[in-house]
Every structure is written in C-alpha cells, then in structure tokens.
Design a protein around this ligand. Structure first.
Ligand code: BGC
Length: 451
C-alpha cells in the first residue's frame, strides 16, 4: 500500500516566473511583461525580465531535476514567446527553446507536462479585448493547435488553464495581478465563461492535432475544506462547504464548483446560477458542450484549507484557527489535512484520476554561514502534507504530485520577496543552491514516498 509504483513525483514552474525574456529571443510581450514595468505594481519594482534566466540555463536546471529523481516536470509555455502577437506569425526561436527543453527532459528520463496557460496573456490579445472578446476561444484554440503540432510528437501530457480563479480574480476583480484591472462583475463572469470555452476548444485542438494519444487535464485551485472531526456530520459539512459558492461577490472566483462542474459535469452549479444570475452572460447548450469536452484527468493546485464542522443549525460552519496557528511566510495557514480531504472530495464528485499540480510553501530562506540553505519548516510542511496525500492515494486514484516549486522564482506581485523553491536561487549571480528540502525530497522519491 502507499503510492503506486508508477506514481509521478514531480515539480512545477511557470514560464514568466523563471524564464526571463532572453535577449533577441523574438518573444512578444505578455500582460506580465507590461504590468511589471508600471511603478507601484510589484514589490520593489521587480520584473520577470531575467527571473531565473532559465531561458539560457535550462540544461543546468534539468540536470538538477535529474539528480532529484523527478519523474515529471510541469512547466508552461509562454503564449507570447511562440506567437508574439497571440495569433498569426510563429516565433521559431521560441519553438526551438521549448523543443530543446523537451528534448533535454526526455534525454534525462523526465516526462514533460505542459501547461498551456499559466497567466501569460499576449499583450496584443489583451489589446483586442483579451478574455472579454469571444474570439479568444478560437485564438486560444489555434495556439493549442500549434503546441500540438510542434510538441506532441514527444509530449503526451497537457494541462490547459492554470488557476482561472486567480487569473480572473486577481487580474480582473481585485486588480493586484496583471493586467491590474478592476472590471465590473458582469465582465468577470463573461471572461470566466470565455476562459472555460477556450479550455474546451484547446482540448478539441490538442486531440485533433495531437501526434499521439495525448492525455489532457486542467489545473484549477481554491482552498480545500476538511472536517474538524472525522464524523459523518462534519465530513458532510466539509464536503458541502468545499463545493459551495461565495456570497461575497468581491471574491466570487475563489471556489471550486463554478470552474470545475462545467468542465467535468457539463453544467454550472444551480446555486451559482441563482446567486450570480444578474451578472451572467448568455450561456447556451452549445457552450456547455464545448466546455465539457471529455478530459483524461483532473489537476488541482492545493496549498491549504479551512476546518469545517456541522453547525447546530445543520449548516457547515468554519472553525476559527486558534492564535498562533502555523503559517507560511506568505501568511497562508499550514493545513496538511487539505491534501487528504481535498483530493478525496474532488474524486468523489468528478471521478477523474487526480494529479496534485502544485503544493508547497514560501519560507524566508537564507544562505547560512555554512553556505547551505536550511529549511526545516518546508521539510516539515511537505512531510505532513504528503503523509495526507499518501492516505488519499490508498483510497482513490492519485497519479502524481508536482511540488511548487523546483526553484525560487518571480512570485507575481510579491516579486522575489517570497521563496517557494526547494532549490535556492541567488538572483544576483544566478547561482542555484540545493536547500535541505531538495535533498529530503530526493530521498523521499527514492523511497517512493515511504515515510
Ligand atoms: C500559482 C503559482 C504561484 C503559487 C504560489 C499558485 O497560485 O499557480 O504561479 O507561484 O501559487 O503563490
């Protein structure tokens, strides 16, 4: 018992967070290239212009992956690197870069998992209305076709969208992520609907132009819910809370069911259709058919969760965290149970094999006097979470786990202030140093997750 023999031990990154633009790379601008140049948007004016310079150093980084013993590596393609204007002319240098990365991974025995969209909206597409323009469904589809045509001879696994909750919610509702817009509610629902349709169109294109039997998933997020006690009542309360929709419209995107029910079950949740009625665009049967193109597995990024019990009124209620509750450097609570109950509830509802597409923590890591980076908090975090995942893997179909992140990188509006990596990056010299957690993860992989 435990993790399956072919369990995919992996790590994840995304293009803007690690690649750097690359001089003369022919890359077009995406909304993050533009947003980061606007004063006051990102911590200390940091940008992803250089980031981890992975564009030039990918061979070194893949060598670390190999040493870690990774079975899979999840990375994203910068849409604006391969299609500088989002549509039309292909940047062959961009294609060459991803081809070289894919070849290097395969050479080292590491399975590539491509994410099509980890928030790299080409700026030219944004200028044409971005997610508000229904034509984006076809633009994204054509981009997916290009990816299938150029990479799927060697790449079998694809994720369409990473965390639509965040790119719509943080990008267009709260405005703290690129493009930094506070759009009317009505628009955010329309963008969400177009994003889901774009997902469906990408699935169609990957299947139509895939050069092998491609396997396709999706990588949404949200906080998970877990029961205070393992009693039928609390478990039921946690399950209900997980799939409920927020009443607070200023944070409506932060949920599971609005984003995943349409994709897997082919319909928006009734609760939301009522709650959000005033703001919804026209939704047709044809749209729902497109959105619910069959996918092969379900990915979920899981960082934390809320503790729930059944209230005396028969409704789920959140259990307040006591003072001093463990938290990460980004102030996120440490709730390992999220990695047992989250996948379990998701599997019960969606019945798809599950990949944990991201999980990890930010610590205030520094290089110690001995030249090493000691991160006992991260080791403790990963051990607690993975023990919970192991319990889940003994009960349901869990295929893999992608630790976030392979290396410290550009943490969006927090710039380089937050370190999520198991490999430390000195952003001045680009030196990489294995943190203690990297050695720990390597050993855990060798034992196939046996604690
Ligand atoms: C995103 C990553 C991000 C991580 C930590 C996820 O929301 O997909 O890009 O770096 O969480 O904030």
């Amino acid at each position: 018992m435990g993790f399956a023999k072919d369990f995919v031990w992996g790590a994840a990154t995304s293009s803007y967070q690690i690649e750097g633009t690359g001089r003369d790379s022919g890359k077009g601008q995406n909304i993050w290239d533009v947003f980061t140049k606007e004063p006051g948007r990102v911590y200390e004016g940091h940008t992803g212009d250089i980031a981890c310079d992975h564009y030039h150093r990918f061979r070194e980084d893949v060598a670390y992956m190999k040493e870690l013993g990774l079975k899979g590596y999840r990375f994203s393609i910068d849409w604006s690197r391969v299609l500088p204007e989002g549509t039309g002319k292909v940047n062959e240098k961009g294609i060459d870069f991803y081809n070289a990365l894919i070849d290097e991974l395969l050479e080292q025995g590491i399975e590539p998992y491509i994410t099509l969209y980890h928030w790299e909206l080409p700026y030219e597409i944004y200028k044409r209305g971005g997610w508000m323009n229904p034509e984006i469904v076809e633009w994204f589809g054509q981009y997916a076709r290009l990816v299938a045509e150029r990479f799927s001879d060697r790449v079998k696994y694809f994720f369409t969208l990473n965390e639509p909750q965040c790119f719509v919610g943080l990008g267009f509702l709260q405005g703290c992520h690129a493009p930094g817009v506070k759009a009317p509610l009505r628009d955010t629902f329309e963008m969400a609907h177009n994003a889901l349709k774009a997902h469906g169109r990408a699935v169609q294109m990957l299947r139509a132009y895939g050069k092998q039997n491609v396997q396709i998933g999706y990588a949404p997020t949200s906080g998970m819910c877990y029961p205070e006690k393992e009693t039928p009542k609390d478990i039921e309360a946690a399950r209900k809370a997980l799939f409920a929709l927020p009443d607070d419209l200023s944070n409506w995107t932060w949920n599971v069911s609005w984003w995943s029910d349409p994709v897997i079950l082919g319909k928006y949740p009734e609760e939301g259709m009522k709650k959000y009625e005033k703001y919804l665009p026209v939704i047709t049967d044809e749209d729902m058919k497109l959105i619910s193109q069959p996918i092969d597995f379900y990915g979920q990024n899981i960082y934390n969760g809320r503790c729930i019990r059944m209230g005396t009124d028969g409704r789920p209620e959140e259990v307040r965290r006591p003072a001093g509750f463990p938290k990460t450097a980004t102030n996120w609570p440490v709730t390992p149970e999220a990695l047992y109950w989250g996948p379990k509830f998701l599997y019960e509802r969606y019945r798809k094999p599950i990949y944990i597409t991201e999980n990890g923590m930010a610590c205030h890591d520094t290089v110690s006097q001995d030249g090493k980076v000691h991160d006992p908090n991260r080791i403790d975090f990963l051990a607690r979470y993975l023990k919970n995942l192991k319990r889940a893997a003994e009960e349901i179909d869990i295929r893999g786990y992608f630790q976030w992140s392979l290396m410290d990188n550009f943490e969006w509006d927090k710039g380089y202030a937050e370190r999520f990596g198991i490999i430390y990056v000195d952003f001045g010299t680009q030196e990489r140093i294995w943190k203690d957690s990297a050695y720990w993860y390597r050993d855990l992989i060798r034992r196939n997750g046996d604690f």
